[in-house]
Write a protein that binds this ligand. Structure first.
Ligand SMILES: O=C(O)CCC(=O)C(=O)O
Ligand SMILES: [Fe+2]
Length: 224
């Protein structure tokens, strides 16, 4: 899906493709699908490694998250972004503040600067990503699974009055579409009642009337 968003609140051009369980990518240019295929194939090891590490940190056996999110069929969408868009450009907000659905988001960029994260004290922090490094951000469905222990944090992109051209690849790694995500019983007790309503991943992606591939957050609607 190609999109050009340059209205008051947003200012970017992007191509979104489903990356997993099966890569759906335009056939031309052939180098694009070849590079993405290799990237996402090799990224599976990073995803599995993170799932195992986080499972252990949460006190579960290492295969816990792979199992509850059914990651072998996990629904991943990659957004390739250009800021500012090639055509028109209005304002300096690349992407307004939001959280992302899913287990986690991985991000690479060509030039540093632009991405900001809202701290728990309500301050915007510029994110520094060392060259050749990935940024990993927690997604809404890990927040739901942990009943709010892990937070899907609010972030935005600010494009310095469009003086700098920036390209990023943000991939939203989700559970499988038919996985029902609810707060795990281990995080629920009389002092911590369930804070979120359970839905399948597919239902939560479509809750705001968007298509699955638009991967918009609906965390606010799921809060109890
Ligand atoms: O381009 C970026 O740095 C982040 C983009 C983003 O937040 C998103 O696509 O959800
Ligand atoms: Fe995002």
């Amino acid at each position: 899906m190609w999109g050009l968003n340059c209205h008051a609140g947003e200012n970017r051009e992007y191509l979104k493709v489903v990356a997993h369980p099966q890569l759906h990518c335009p056939a031309k240019p052939a180098t694009l699908s070849e590079v993405l295929e290799e990237y996402f194939e090799r990224f599976q090891d990073v995803k599995t490694g993170l799932a195992r590490a986080i499972s252990k940190i949460l006190g579960f056996e290492e295969g816990y998250i792979e199992k509850v999110f059914d990651l072998t069929s996990g629904f991943d969408v990659a957004a390739m972004n250009v800021y500012p868009p090639n055509f028109q450009s209005k304002g300096s907000i690349g992407v307004p503040s939001h959280t992302d659905p899913g287990f986690f988001v991985s991000l690479i960029q060509d030039v540093d600067g632009g991405l900001r994260v809202l701290s728990h004290k309500g301050k915007w922090i510029n994110v520094y990503i060392p060259r050749n490094a990935f940024l990993i951000q927690i997604g809404d469905h890990l927040e739901i699974l942990t009943n709010g222990k892990y937070k899907s944090h609010v972030h935005q992109v600010v494009v310095d009055n469009n003086k700098v051209r920036r390209i990023s690849l943000a991939t939203l790694h989700g559970p499988s579409l038919d996985t029902l995500v609810i707060p795990a019983s281990e995080f629920v007790d009389q002092f911590h009642p369930p804070g979120y309503r359970g839905t399948t991943y597919k239902e939560s992606l479509e809750a705001n009337g968007h298509y699955e591939i638009e991967v918009q957050s609906c965390l606010e609607q799921l809060r109890l």
